[in-house]
Design a protein around this ligand. Structure first.
Ligand code: FES
Length: 506
């Protein structure tokens, strides 16, 4: 390299050498920085902070970042170039990735298998000894496609052009192939030992992994042309390391209800239950399943990214410096900050808590208005809650609460008939049930609500032990998708569900 510069990344403590003038985007992405708008310089989501060295602001930095932020050293990672030696801080984008170690039922069989939960943001792979059901290796990563957009709709947009689709398909196949190879190698397995790989994911991941045109997912009625099983030989995917492996992507349940939810049903066993159960996966797209052994109904609702701390003025992931818990003590909010660090922002669980606390303290009114009009509510300086933050949460929780009510009505049941609620995913693990109830997100008695962990990955492991399609097809036949987008009743309930319940009315 002719003119090298050193780029040190904190808190990773790693140093990289780049050619002077090279773009930093590839390096930052490989180290976990996400590019929510696909690196187009429109969203601020890729911010990094210069701790040492000089990184002059670009025109996009000046347009999107305030004068104070620029002075503090904030820059857009997607536009930055390695002008000289630099130390950059990436702390706000540390990502918690949920694996799974919950027990599950299986019938021992010969060989080895791999279960993969392919999420829009993160990927988790587990290598299993099928004789014992033991997990013999785990690998997690950010989804390599995330550099082309953080959410599923921007991924779909990118995939509308044939070259975009080819790029996304290649990226994810290569990434999963590399994860499989690393796990098999680390376990010391001969490469012919891996017999089966099961992948689960949402409908968009299903299409992009399979190389299927995502166009039907971009327009109403958002129905996939093909939503069934995808099966490949490992070699067809370019995975040279396990030539005998059969790779199956489990089928979707509907337009925006993918095999991650089918897998969640398998993992919770709600399709065999006699009592009425609910499975909820709270993310940008909230997925809801209501049912039991008699019948199952499912739906997907666009909740927006508030539960993930995005589009919130001081929102961040659940990383060091994030307010993750807010309670009320002596008439004031009491905040718990992750990592014992100085407060820097608020994550999804903290936001739900903060609004619940604000309702108790009279800082947030039932309509969602902040009590001191036009003034943000200071939680723990410098972290504050603005009016639009509360509105974002209202949109998210209103969509989930209304979707749930529609499904229950169609099922012929009421909230009081539900005996168990499974909260899937990372957010479900951290959210405080009492706060979720206080803001009207989950109107269930807290003792009926259970964090269920990564049900998608657990379901994929269960599917590894099933050679045929039987159990998945049984669920698909019995699970009907209810489209919410065009449902007038859903829209009415949505508006109603945006308000916060009165204290004591839950
Ligand atoms: S501004 Fe959106 S990724 Fe950089």
């Amino acid at each position: 390299m002719l003119d090298p510069v050193q780029i040190q990344l904190q808190p990773l403590g790693k140093t990289f050498t780049l050619a002077r003038g090279a773009a930093l985007a590839d390096l930052l992405f490989s180290q976990g920085v996400e590019f929510p708008c696909g690196g187009r310089g429109r969203c601020r989501g890729c911010r990094v902070r210069v701790r040492a060295g000089l990184l002059p602001p670009t025109p996009e930095d000046e347009r999107l970042l305030s004068a104070a932020e620029l002075t503090q050293g904030w820059r857009l990672g997607c536009r930055a170039v390695a002008a000289g030696d630099l130390t950059l801080e990436l702390a706000q984008w540390e990502t918690a990735i949920l694996s799974d170690d919950a027990p599950f039922e299986f019938t021992p069989q010969a060989g080895w298998g791999m279960a993969i939960d392919l999420g829009t943001t993160t990927v988790v792979a587990q290598l299993l000894d099928l004789r014992t059901g033991q997990v013999r290796g785990v690998k997690t990563a950010l989804n390599a496609q995330a550099r082309h957009g953080a959410d599923i709709m921007s991924r779909v947009q990118f995939g509308l052009a044939p070259e975009g689709l080819r790029a996304l398909t290649r990226l994810i196949r290569e990434q999963l192939g590399a994860m499989v190879e690393e796990l098999v190698t680390a376990a010391g397995l001969p490469e012919t030992e891996l017999a089966s790989v099961v992948v689960v994911g949402n409908t968009v991941m299903h299409h992009l992994f399979g190389g299927l045109d995502p166009k039907p997912l971009a327009y109403y009625p958002f129905e996939p042309e093909r939503d069934g099983w995808l099966e490949f030989g490992a070699q067809e995917l370019g995975w040279r390391h396990c030539p005998k492996a059969k790779v199956r992507f489990l089928p979707c349940l509907g337009g925006f209800v993918g095999s991650d939810i089918l897998s969640g049903i398998l993992a919770t066993g709600m399709h065999r239950s006699r009592q009425l159960e609910v499975l909820l996966d709270l993310g940008t797209n909230g997925e809801i399943v209501v049912g039991n052994a008699e019948k199952l109904l499912c739906a997907s609702t666009a909740a927006g990214p508030a539960f993930e701390g995005a589009r919130i003025s001081m929102g961040m992931r659940a990383a060091s410096g994030a307010i993750a818990e807010v309670t009320v003590g002596a008439g004031k909010p009491r905040c718990r900050v992750l990592g014992g660090a100085d407060p820097r922002g608020i994550c999804g669980s903290g936001l739900v808590d903060a609004v619940a606390a604000g309702l108790e303290l009279g800082e947030v009114l039932g309509s969602g208005r902040l009590a001191r009009k036009h003034e943000p509510w200071i939680l723990l300086p410098p972290v504050q809650l603005t009016q639009s933050d509360v509105r974002e949460l209202q949109l998210a929780k209103g969509a989930i609460a209304a979707g749930l009510r529609v499904l229950l009505e169609r099922w012929g049941a009421q909230i009081a008939d539900v005996r168990k609620v499974h909260l899937a995913g990372a957010f479900g693990n951290y959210i405080r049930r009492s706060s979720a109830r206080r803001i009207g997100l989950l109107a269930f008695e807290p003792e009926l609500v259970f964090p269920a962990g990564n049900t998608a990955l657990r379901g994929a492991k269960i599917a590894l032990f099933q050679a045929g399609d039987g159990r998945c097809e049984e669920i698909r036949k019995r699970c009907r998708q209810v489209p919410l987008g065009a449902d007038a009743h859903f829209q009415d309930l949505y508006c109603e569900a945006m308000a916060f319940p009165e204290a004591g009315s839950r």
